[in-house]
Design a protein around this ligand. Structure first.
Ligand code: BT5
Length: 251
Protein backbone atom coordinates (compact mmCIF):
# COMPACT_ATOMS: atom_id res chain seq x y z
CA UNK A 1 0.00 0.00 0.00
CA UNK A 2 1.33 3.39 -1.01
CA UNK A 3 2.02 5.55 2.06
CA UNK A 4 0.84 8.96 0.90
CA UNK A 5 1.52 10.59 4.30
CA UNK A 6 5.20 9.59 4.08
CA UNK A 7 5.31 11.39 0.77
CA UNK A 8 3.51 14.52 1.94
CA UNK A 9 5.65 14.56 5.10
CA UNK A 10 8.78 14.20 3.02
CA UNK A 11 8.24 17.66 1.55
CA UNK A 12 8.85 20.81 3.54
CA UNK A 13 6.45 23.75 3.71
CA UNK A 14 8.77 25.57 1.35
CA UNK A 15 7.71 23.22 -1.44
CA UNK A 16 4.80 24.37 -3.60
CA UNK A 17 3.72 20.71 -3.64
CA UNK A 18 3.58 20.48 0.18
CA UNK A 19 0.45 18.62 1.28
CA UNK A 20 -0.95 18.61 -2.24
CA UNK A 21 -0.32 15.00 -3.19
CA UNK A 22 -3.24 12.63 -3.61
CA UNK A 23 -3.24 8.87 -4.11
CA UNK A 24 -5.86 6.64 -5.74
CA UNK A 25 -5.60 2.87 -5.90
CA UNK A 26 -7.23 2.62 -9.31
CA UNK A 27 -7.98 5.39 -11.73
CA UNK A 28 -8.64 5.63 -15.49
CA UNK A 29 -5.64 7.86 -16.05
CA UNK A 30 -3.94 10.25 -13.63
CA UNK A 31 -3.67 12.76 -16.50
CA UNK A 32 -7.37 12.56 -17.37
CA UNK A 33 -8.31 12.87 -13.70
CA UNK A 34 -6.01 15.85 -13.16
CA UNK A 35 -7.24 17.60 -16.33
CA UNK A 36 -10.88 17.26 -15.30
CA UNK A 37 -10.37 17.98 -11.61
CA UNK A 38 -10.86 21.29 -9.84
CA UNK A 39 -7.41 21.09 -8.30
CA UNK A 40 -5.30 24.18 -8.90
CA UNK A 41 -1.63 24.12 -9.98
CA UNK A 42 0.97 22.21 -7.96
CA UNK A 43 -1.41 19.41 -7.02
CA UNK A 44 -0.13 15.92 -7.73
CA UNK A 45 -2.15 12.80 -8.50
CA UNK A 46 -0.60 9.36 -8.07
CA UNK A 47 -2.31 6.06 -8.84
CA UNK A 48 -1.63 2.42 -8.00
CA UNK A 49 -2.95 1.30 -11.39
CA UNK A 50 -4.48 2.97 -14.43
CA UNK A 51 -7.27 1.38 -16.44
CA UNK A 52 -6.74 3.69 -19.41
CA UNK A 53 -3.15 4.90 -19.15
CA UNK A 54 -2.34 7.19 -22.05
CA UNK A 55 0.74 7.68 -24.21
CA UNK A 56 1.10 10.32 -26.93
CA UNK A 57 -0.93 10.43 -30.12
CA UNK A 58 -3.63 8.09 -28.81
CA UNK A 59 -1.16 5.36 -27.81
CA UNK A 60 -1.54 3.39 -24.59
CA UNK A 61 0.61 3.42 -21.48
CA UNK A 62 0.50 -0.09 -20.03
CA UNK A 63 -0.38 0.49 -16.38
CA UNK A 64 -1.49 -2.88 -15.00
CA UNK A 65 1.25 -3.28 -12.43
CA UNK A 66 1.00 -1.73 -8.97
CA UNK A 67 4.79 -1.87 -8.81
CA UNK A 68 5.24 1.20 -11.00
CA UNK A 69 4.75 4.92 -10.75
CA UNK A 70 1.87 6.73 -12.48
CA UNK A 71 1.98 10.39 -11.54
CA UNK A 72 0.47 13.63 -12.86
CA UNK A 73 1.34 17.17 -11.86
CA UNK A 74 -0.98 20.13 -12.45
CA UNK A 75 1.28 22.88 -13.78
CA UNK A 76 1.09 26.64 -13.46
CA UNK A 77 0.41 28.59 -16.67
CA UNK A 78 3.22 28.16 -19.14
CA UNK A 79 3.25 29.62 -22.65
CA UNK A 80 2.44 26.81 -25.07
CA UNK A 81 5.61 27.41 -27.09
CA UNK A 82 7.58 26.51 -23.97
CA UNK A 83 6.04 23.06 -23.70
CA UNK A 84 8.59 21.22 -25.82
CA UNK A 85 11.55 22.71 -23.90
CA UNK A 86 9.71 21.91 -20.64
CA UNK A 87 9.34 18.34 -21.87
CA UNK A 88 13.14 18.19 -22.21
CA UNK A 89 13.67 19.83 -18.80
CA UNK A 90 11.29 17.32 -17.20
CA UNK A 91 13.28 14.47 -18.72
CA UNK A 92 16.50 16.00 -17.32
CA UNK A 93 14.89 16.23 -13.88
CA UNK A 94 13.88 12.55 -13.95
CA UNK A 95 17.38 11.44 -14.99
CA UNK A 96 18.88 13.56 -12.18
CA UNK A 97 16.32 12.46 -9.57
CA UNK A 98 17.29 8.82 -10.14
CA UNK A 99 21.00 9.39 -10.80
CA UNK A 100 22.15 7.58 -7.62
CA UNK A 101 19.89 4.61 -8.35
CA UNK A 102 20.27 3.98 -12.07
CA UNK A 103 21.98 5.61 -15.06
CA UNK A 104 19.26 6.81 -17.42
CA UNK A 105 19.25 8.48 -20.82
CA UNK A 106 16.67 10.39 -22.84
CA UNK A 107 15.38 9.47 -26.27
CA UNK A 108 13.94 12.61 -27.83
CA UNK A 109 11.42 13.86 -27.12
CA UNK A 110 10.00 12.03 -24.12
CA UNK A 111 11.37 8.54 -23.54
CA UNK A 112 13.34 7.64 -20.44
CA UNK A 113 15.76 4.90 -21.41
CA UNK A 114 17.78 2.40 -19.38
CA UNK A 115 20.18 0.07 -21.11
CA UNK A 116 18.52 0.71 -24.50
CA UNK A 117 14.99 -0.09 -23.26
CA UNK A 118 12.07 2.13 -22.32
CA UNK A 119 11.76 2.66 -18.56
CA UNK A 120 9.47 5.65 -18.65
CA UNK A 121 7.63 8.28 -20.62
CA UNK A 122 6.31 11.81 -20.27
CA UNK A 123 2.97 13.14 -21.50
CA UNK A 124 1.93 16.79 -21.41
CA UNK A 125 -1.75 17.51 -21.92
CA UNK A 126 -3.67 20.77 -21.97
CA UNK A 127 -7.36 21.57 -21.52
CA UNK A 128 -8.79 24.66 -23.18
CA UNK A 129 -11.94 26.64 -22.68
CA UNK A 130 -12.28 28.25 -26.08
CA UNK A 131 -8.87 29.80 -26.69
CA UNK A 132 -8.09 30.07 -22.98
CA UNK A 133 -5.74 27.53 -21.46
CA UNK A 134 -7.65 26.09 -18.50
CA UNK A 135 -5.30 23.42 -17.29
CA UNK A 136 -1.89 22.05 -18.08
CA UNK A 137 -0.91 18.61 -16.83
CA UNK A 138 2.38 16.76 -16.86
CA UNK A 139 2.12 12.96 -16.68
CA UNK A 140 5.04 10.74 -15.81
CA UNK A 141 5.00 6.95 -16.06
CA UNK A 142 8.03 5.06 -14.73
CA UNK A 143 8.51 1.31 -14.44
CA UNK A 144 10.00 0.78 -11.00
CA UNK A 145 9.65 -2.72 -9.52
CA UNK A 146 7.83 -4.63 -12.29
CA UNK A 147 9.64 -7.88 -13.06
CA UNK A 148 8.08 -9.08 -16.30
CA UNK A 149 6.65 -7.29 -19.31
CA UNK A 150 4.39 -9.10 -21.73
CA UNK A 151 2.29 -8.40 -24.80
CA UNK A 152 3.08 -5.36 -26.89
CA UNK A 153 5.84 -4.10 -24.60
CA UNK A 154 7.76 -7.34 -24.01
CA UNK A 155 11.27 -6.81 -25.31
CA UNK A 156 11.04 -3.01 -25.37
CA UNK A 157 10.24 -2.15 -21.74
CA UNK A 158 12.36 -2.37 -18.63
CA UNK A 159 12.17 -1.32 -14.99
CA UNK A 160 14.55 -0.15 -12.30
CA UNK A 161 14.26 -3.60 -10.70
CA UNK A 162 15.13 -5.37 -13.97
CA UNK A 163 18.23 -3.24 -14.40
CA UNK A 164 19.47 -3.11 -10.78
CA UNK A 165 17.95 -6.16 -9.03
CA UNK A 166 16.80 -3.84 -6.22
CA UNK A 167 13.21 -3.11 -5.13
CA UNK A 168 12.70 0.58 -4.37
CA UNK A 169 9.81 2.05 -2.34
CA UNK A 170 7.54 3.97 -4.72
CA UNK A 171 7.23 6.75 -2.12
CA UNK A 172 11.00 7.36 -2.16
CA UNK A 173 11.11 7.49 -5.94
CA UNK A 174 8.03 9.76 -6.14
CA UNK A 175 9.51 12.15 -3.60
CA UNK A 176 12.82 12.43 -5.48
CA UNK A 177 10.99 13.02 -8.76
CA UNK A 178 8.75 15.76 -7.31
CA UNK A 179 11.63 17.50 -5.51
CA UNK A 180 13.93 17.44 -8.52
CA UNK A 181 11.17 18.49 -10.91
CA UNK A 182 10.30 21.43 -8.64
CA UNK A 183 13.91 22.66 -8.75
CA UNK A 184 14.06 22.31 -12.52
CA UNK A 185 10.66 23.98 -13.01
CA UNK A 186 11.69 26.98 -10.89
CA UNK A 187 14.91 27.39 -12.84
CA UNK A 188 13.11 26.86 -16.14
CA UNK A 189 10.62 29.62 -15.32
CA UNK A 190 13.55 31.89 -14.45
CA UNK A 191 15.11 30.97 -17.81
CA UNK A 192 18.19 29.66 -16.08
CA UNK A 193 18.51 26.23 -17.65
CA UNK A 194 20.71 25.69 -20.65
CA UNK A 195 18.92 22.78 -22.29
CA UNK A 196 21.18 22.91 -25.35
CA UNK A 197 24.45 22.53 -23.50
CA UNK A 198 23.20 19.65 -21.37
CA UNK A 199 21.75 17.60 -24.21
CA UNK A 200 24.95 15.70 -25.05
CA UNK A 201 25.15 14.40 -21.46
CA UNK A 202 21.57 13.18 -21.36
CA UNK A 203 20.70 11.95 -24.83
CA UNK A 204 20.88 8.23 -25.63
CA UNK A 205 21.54 9.05 -29.29
CA UNK A 206 23.85 12.04 -29.28
CA UNK A 207 26.13 11.83 -32.34
CA UNK A 208 24.49 8.55 -33.36
CA UNK A 209 22.54 7.48 -36.39
CA UNK A 210 18.79 7.64 -35.81
CA UNK A 211 15.78 6.92 -37.97
CA UNK A 212 12.66 8.99 -37.59
CA UNK A 213 9.21 8.61 -39.01
CA UNK A 214 8.19 11.98 -40.38
CA UNK A 215 4.66 12.04 -41.78
CA UNK A 216 4.80 8.24 -42.02
CA UNK A 217 8.09 8.18 -43.96
CA UNK A 218 11.19 6.66 -42.33
CA UNK A 219 14.34 8.75 -42.70
CA UNK A 220 17.86 8.35 -41.34
CA UNK A 221 19.87 11.17 -39.72
CA UNK A 222 22.73 11.77 -37.32
CA UNK A 223 21.56 13.47 -34.13
CA UNK A 224 23.72 16.47 -33.26
CA UNK A 225 21.72 18.33 -30.58
CA UNK A 226 18.61 20.30 -29.75
CA UNK A 227 17.80 24.01 -29.97
CA UNK A 228 16.25 26.37 -27.41
CA UNK A 229 12.76 25.39 -28.62
CA UNK A 230 13.43 21.74 -27.80
CA UNK A 231 13.52 20.78 -31.49
CA UNK A 232 15.93 18.00 -32.40
CA UNK A 233 18.82 19.01 -34.67
CA UNK A 234 20.12 16.35 -37.02
CA UNK A 235 22.17 15.99 -40.16
CA UNK A 236 20.65 14.30 -43.19
CA UNK A 237 22.68 12.07 -45.52
CA UNK A 238 23.71 15.13 -47.57
CA UNK A 239 25.16 16.77 -44.43
CA UNK A 240 22.35 19.35 -44.23
CA UNK A 241 21.27 20.36 -40.75
CA UNK A 242 17.54 19.96 -40.17
CA UNK A 243 15.17 20.68 -37.27
CA UNK A 244 12.69 18.05 -36.18
CA UNK A 245 9.67 19.24 -34.26
CA UNK A 246 7.69 16.05 -34.01
CA UNK A 247 8.17 12.41 -34.77
CA UNK A 248 9.44 9.31 -33.03
CA UNK A 249 12.98 8.06 -33.12
CA UNK A 250 13.40 4.38 -33.90
CA UNK A 251 16.68 2.85 -32.82
C1 BT5 B 1 4.72 8.04 -23.54
O1 BT5 B 1 3.97 7.99 -24.69
O2 BT5 B 1 5.80 7.54 -23.37
C2 BT5 B 1 4.03 8.81 -22.42
C3 BT5 B 1 3.65 7.93 -21.28
C4 BT5 B 1 3.05 8.72 -20.15
C5 BT5 B 1 2.41 7.82 -19.14
C6 BT5 B 1 1.94 8.60 -17.92
S1 BT5 B 1 1.47 7.54 -16.60
C7 BT5 B 1 0.81 8.89 -15.73
C8 BT5 B 1 0.09 9.76 -16.78
N1 BT5 B 1 -1.27 9.32 -16.96
C9 BT5 B 1 -1.45 8.82 -18.20
O3 BT5 B 1 -2.54 8.36 -18.63
N2 BT5 B 1 -0.31 8.91 -18.90
C10 BT5 B 1 0.75 9.52 -18.15
P1 BT5 B 1 4.54 7.46 -26.07
O4 BT5 B 1 5.84 8.11 -26.40
O5 BT5 B 1 3.42 7.63 -27.02
O6 BT5 B 1 4.84 5.94 -25.81
C11 BT5 B 1 3.83 4.97 -25.82
C12 BT5 B 1 4.49 3.67 -26.23
O7 BT5 B 1 5.37 3.20 -25.18
C13 BT5 B 1 3.50 2.54 -26.43
O8 BT5 B 1 3.00 2.53 -27.75
C14 BT5 B 1 4.35 1.29 -26.13
O9 BT5 B 1 5.15 0.94 -27.24
C15 BT5 B 1 5.29 1.79 -25.06
N3 BT5 B 1 4.79 1.51 -23.71
C16 BT5 B 1 3.50 1.47 -23.25
N4 BT5 B 1 3.47 1.20 -21.95
C17 BT5 B 1 4.75 1.06 -21.53
C18 BT5 B 1 5.35 0.77 -20.30
N5 BT5 B 1 4.65 0.58 -19.18
N6 BT5 B 1 6.71 0.71 -20.27
C19 BT5 B 1 7.46 0.91 -21.37
N7 BT5 B 1 6.94 1.16 -22.57
C20 BT5 B 1 5.59 1.25 -22.66
Amino acid sequence: MFDISALNNGLTEKSKFYNKIYYFEIIDSTNTFALNSDYPPHHVIIAGKQLKGKGRSGRKWVSKSEDNLYLSIILPDIPLEKLLPLNIVTAYSIVDALRDIIPLKIKWPNDIIANGKKLGGILFEAKFSGYILEKLVLGIGLNINQKEFDGEISGIATSIYNETGIIYPLETISLSIIQEFEKYLDNFLKNSIDIIENWCKYSANYNKSISIHINGVKKTFVEIGINENGELIALDDMGNSIKILSGDINL
